[in-house]
Design a protein around this ligand. Structure first.
Ligand code: KQY
Length: 362
């Protein structure tokens, strides 16, 4: 068994590398729950397989599947993708997987407390015990020592630049369903200790109607140190406008841990996208999960993309804004090949490509 360390990454000289740094590979999970994914998760499985295949062009991919879906996952994923039996309640590896930390020589992992995005207060399902155990199992497979952080946090609620800066939203990390007993300075102290960062940038709010209560990874991300992408809309009547505009103003007046002013590139959102009647009808009802209703707003954003070795895997929605988002990102990411994957089925489940992937640094 890999050891559970009693110290912190900061005390031990380990820190979280940025996603744009080199990876050893990518971890994902296999979707199956019919009360989140329509039609018994078959369309989502196709979309997840397309994401895994797109990433596998750039780096090794491992997909964890529940016992009951192991054969299905193995059959639907290309041979070069490693499939391991790994129990989970749903399929959001960004949120339930470890945040890997490095000292430049070896890897360790931070295993955050997970409570399904808000616990019994406003979480998205119960139970979540299998999800909470995923990070420790990934670290065991990788023989990486584990830190168990005393903080409810999902990987999608933070981004780091690898140079001392953490980006998050106040809407998410200060939400009452996560760490109500902790003050903002106490939460920030945990981020400093477990990510080994010097500065936390608290963007006020995330994307409108995002069921994660405002994960940063759907709103904004680092493309490289000092340079960010931000989801945007020009439509001042859209509830997203106020959120993106306040994030833009906040970021433009902020500086990072190295004292740099930030460059922020706006990526116009798709839509507004909403759930169609036939999509809502395909999701099973279950107590304690949020109902899918025709017409409800989806938290669509191109910023929920994934950077891998030499690539960027970007969600597209069959929307007229797809082409501009891909072109802008390709121009902003020289040295990477931008690959698009149709991702409406992932969005219908409540997230996107970044939310279902977790990088393991080199
Ligand atoms: O990180 C995410 N976007 C996960 C959202 C969970 C949705 C569950 N229905």
């Amino acid at each position: 068994m890999t050891p559970t360390l009693k110290s912190t990454p900061r005390a031990d000289g380990f820190s979280m590398p940025a996603e744009f740094s080199p990876h050893a590979g990518t971890w994902m999970l296999w979707p199956q729950r019919p009360d989140n994914w329509r039609l018994g998760a078959k369309p989502a499985q196709k979309a997840f397989a397309a994401v895994a295949s797109a990433i596998a062009q750039f780096e090794p991919v491992t997909v964890g599947a529940n016992h009951s879906q192991y054969s299905q996952a193995r059959a639907k994923l290309p041979a070069e993708i490693r499939v391991v039996e790994l129990s989970s309640n749903d399929a959001w590896m960004r949120d339930v997987g470890p945040s890997f930390v490095s000292d430049g020589k070896s890897l360790r992992g931070v295993d955050w407390l997970f409570n399904a995005w808000g616990g019994l207060f406003n979480g998205l399902y119960f139970p979540w015990d299998l999800d909470d155990a995923v990070a420790a199992k990934v670290l065991e497979i990788e023989r990486a020592p584990r830190y168990r952080a005393p903080l409810v946090l999902e990987g999608g609620s933070i981004h780091v630049d690898g140079e001392g800066t953490c980006l998050t939203t106040a809407e998410c990390l200060l939400s009452p369903g996560r760490n109500p007993q902790l003050s903002q300075p106490e939460i920030e102290a945990h981020l400093r200790d477990y990510l080994n960062v010097e500065k936390v940038l608290w963007v006020p709010r995330g994307v409108f109607n995002d069921e994660t209560t405002g994960h940063i990874d759907n709103l904004a991300c680092f493309l490289r140190p000092g340079v960010l992408a931000l989801t945007w809309t020009d439509d001042k009547t859209d509830p997203q406008y106020e959120r993106s505009a306040e994030a833009y103003d906040f970021l433009m007046s902020a500086s990072d841990a190295r004292g740099r002013r930030l460059q922020v590139h706006k990526i116009h959102q798709p839509g507004p996208l909403t759930i169609r009647a036939e999509e809502a009808e395909g999701v099973d009802s279950a107590e304690g999960t949020i109902p899918r209703r025709a017409g409800d707003r989806l938290a669509g954003s191109y910023v929920n993309f994934y950077l891998c070795n030499g690539g960027a895997v970007v969600p597209v929605f069959g929307h007229p804004h797809d082409a501009a988002a891909l072109e802008t990102l390709q121009n902003l990411l020289p040295g990477r090949r931008v690959v698009s994957v149709p991702a409406r089925e992932i969005l219908l489940g409540g997230g996107n490509i970044h939310c279902i992937t977790q990088q393991q640094p080199l």
